[in-house]
Design a protein around this ligand. Sequence first.
Ligand SMILES: [Fe+2]
Length: 413
Amino acid sequence: MSSSPPAASVEVSFPAGSPAKADASAAASSARARWTAGANVFEYGAAANPKMAPIPVLVHPPALHESGPTRVIPFDINDTLDIDTQCTSPNLMASFVRVVEGESIATAAVATSQAFYVIRGSGETSSAEHGVVRWGAGDLFVVPVTPGALTHKCTSADSHGGAALYWVHDGPLMDYLGVVPAAPKFAPTLFERERMLAEVREIAHAAPAGGERNRLGVLLGNKACDQTKTLTHVLWSLLNSIPANDVQRPHRHNSVALDLAVAAKPGVYTLMGKEIDDKGEIIDPIRCDWIPGGVFVTPPGWWHSHHNESDEVAWVLPMQDAGLYTHQRTLDIRFVDDELALHRAGRIRGSAFAVTCKQYTEMVDLGAQVPHEKVEGMKRVWSREEVKGEGGGMRRVASYQRVGSAEKIADEE
Ligand SMILES: [Fe+2]
């Protein structure tokens, strides 16, 4: 765009010499001064990639929730991030909630999504909005915006004299935006431990011939998030296992991961770093050992690999803001061997946005504009199923597809 922005002004007529005109003029000048006071104008090259406080690799150790009184134990590192209010990452807040057996505690957050994973113990969580849900170790539940409090009660403790919950919510994102969620985006949802483990067993059973998978994981999806397949529209979680004496090669994504080590013997760890070499190894990695019940931060965009040098399977439960990134088409998850293959082919890719250049040019060829009117219950699709036209030529066909169906209905040429 090379045109100048239009000048904005409002002309008001006053009699010449009128005091009202002088007052109005002074008020306009004052308003203009106020509006311009906050404006910065930067040189693009110098300011396009501003120096942001880096997201550090830090650990929230399990000893915090293994003893002591009933309390919330926030993993608050906002000072290191130059953020004014409590947070663990720019968008998320992670905490432990310890509840001594027979006691209860109320928690509240201004958040679109709250997730609770039960590290240990049995109990129930109640609220005016969602009623009561009973839980045990290994269960995970999420609730949408909840103006009131959630009260967590420990009814039975198997160890350490109480229950422990891993609590993650997107309150910091609300705070950054300056908003309060207006409406629930999903229903309260419980993921039972047994169901998750049964799915993992099923995947293991269906392992491809020629070897076991080295990533036996289940993504936790909410029925309300059909397209993103994520825990909520903002939160993402995975129950991931690594077999004994195995390695999960590096991958990276734009979301920040807040990983809870669920179960691991000594010798299980994550390596993480900014770059990989031509063998796909992480250069100068930071090693973060998995301590069961502890949480560690994986910075956005960093390559990370998981290593199990013990003789038992290890389990990890990452919580991320990847529902939001997936919705934005900016998660950009990359696996190291795909990247190495591209690099060897002399190619550098941009984002992992699903539409390829070729598909885009085909869309352009088809007309690449909104082709026809919206119809209730239908979505508009670009059809590549062109039909023979008069004289043998090809005709462009735009089509509708019933919402929730794969059936295309050719509609227009
Ligand atoms: Fe990851």
